[in-house]
Write a protein that binds this ligand. Structure first.
Ligand code: LRH
Ligand code: MN
Length: 397
């Protein structure tokens, strides 16, 4: 049943009012690849500047109330930095979002962090995770998002099964310290920086660890952490079916974990993922899925790339909301393949930008956030203000 324009606008308003996506503090910092970093004068290097930039993105898009924090980059003094972050939350009207421990930059983690054969190193890594959980409690942020670079580079050099045991133990201990409203999100990645085995390499391993850790643990799907041939929306369907889907790190890639801007390479991929979530919701599944962006903006302007990403996510989320799921269910049931595909893809082809512009107008948001960013002079101002100091170039690819 083709929606009337007013019905489409009503649906668009409901859909976009509810759509929130978290932005990463590290998306505003100078980052690069192992081959080099192209420094941007206006890049943020303090947590204060990251909150200021996040406030701009919220002003322009209305969809990003929380900022993901990476502990050693944003709270280098651990819990002692919490009051300063709380002051920034009040000043900039952006709340601290997911708390991400850094288990990948300390020299001790050469052979792993929570999976390291050395009990002392495992203890050190666990202590950092427990600190991060404490920071989350004090900030009232729900998700503790764990990613491990742990693995090995050569066959026979590590006991894969022993490492599984150490990991289960550490995540159970961490889970036991969570506050009732907190969640432990376990992120998987098939390779890099390890190139023979990675301890949490796929959704099945993450799902097992989540089940073993406890009922506040979930799986985090980073869209860049899949082999090119993997069907990510099928993995999402399984995690929805098993109640283990906790959240996403959205980005895009042509080859591997390229951390490019969402929808820049394969916007239809994001549409297929969003459809699985919206279909599960309309089938009555109670979902609690955190949408987060995890990108590194090495060449694009960092705030521009973040605004572009949020706008693209809003567009694709609304396209997925416009799928006539009732009709789709019936042509799927009757195996009318072409009718199903045309209906499904038809929603993706639909240009929803006029609908979103109308919604922004009703919400007092800039009709064209990217144009407003260019006109408001914020980027020019921070380029001037931040150019004076030696800009920190954090070493993360
Ligand atoms: C690892 C990862 C992880 C973050 C890091 C910034 O590739 O996706 O989520 O800790 O990027
Ligand atoms: Mn990630």
């Amino acid at each position: 049943m083709k929606l009337s324009e007013s019905a489409a606008l009503t649906l668009a308003s409901q859909t976009l009012d509810a759509f929130k996506i978290e932005i990463p503090s590290w998306g505003f910092a100078n980052t690069g690849t192992r081959f080099g970093k192209f420094v941007q004068a206006g890049a943020a290097s303090t947590v204060e500047e990251k909150f200021a930039d996040a406030a701009q993105v919220l002003r322009l898009t209305g969809a990003t109330p929380t900022l993901a924090l990476h502990v050693l980059w944003d709270l280098p003094h651990g819990v002692n930095d919490v009051p300063a972050v709380q002051a920034l939350e009040r000043r900039f009207g952006v709340r601290a979002g997911s708390i991400n421990p850094n288990l990948f930059q300390d020299q001790e983690y050469k052979f792993g962090s929570l999976c390291n054969p050395s009990a002392a190193v495992r203890q050190q890594a666990l202590a950092h995770v427990l600190d991060s959980i404490e920071i989350g409690k004090l900030l009232g942020s729900r998700d503790l998002s764990v990613w491990l670079p742990d693995g090995s580079n050569y066959p026979g050099t590590q006991s894969i099964r022993k490492r599984i045991g150490w990991l289960e133990e550490a995540l159970c201990t961490a889970h036991a310290t969570l506050a009732p409203e907190q969640r432990l999100l376990i992120e998987y990645k098939p390779f890099e920086p390890a190139f023979y085995h990675t301890d949490i390499a796929d959704w099945g391993m993450s799902a097992h660890l989540a089940r073993t850790a406890g009922d506040q643990a979930r799986v985090l799907v980073d869209t860049g952490h899949h082999y090119a041939t993997q069907n990510i929306e099928q993995i999402v369907a399984w995690l929805l079916h098993t109640g283990l889907l906790g959240g996403f790190h959205f980005n895009d890639r042509r080859y591997a974990d390229d951390d490019l801007t969402l929808g820049s390479i394969d916007p239809y991929q994001v549409f297929r993922i969003f459809h699985e979530i919206q279909a599960a919701t309309s089938d009555g599944l109670q979902l609690d899925v955190a949408f987060m962006i995890d990108q590194s903006h090495n060449l694009k302007g960092k705030i521009e790339a973040t605004v572009q990403t949020v706008v693209t996510a809003q567009e694709i989320w609304l396209k997925a909301a416009l799928v006539d799921r009732e009709r789709l269910a019936s042509v799927q049931q009757s195996c009318d393949l072409v009718a199903a595909e045309e209906l499904f893809r038809g929603a993706f082809w639909r240009d929803v930008r006029p609908l979103i512009a109308a919604w922004r107008e009703t919400r007092g948001l800039p009709i064209d956030p990217l144009a407003e960013l260019r006109e408001c002079g914020y980027v020019e101002r921070i380029n001037r203000e931040r150019a004076t100091r030696e800009s920190a170039v954090s070493s993360y690819a």
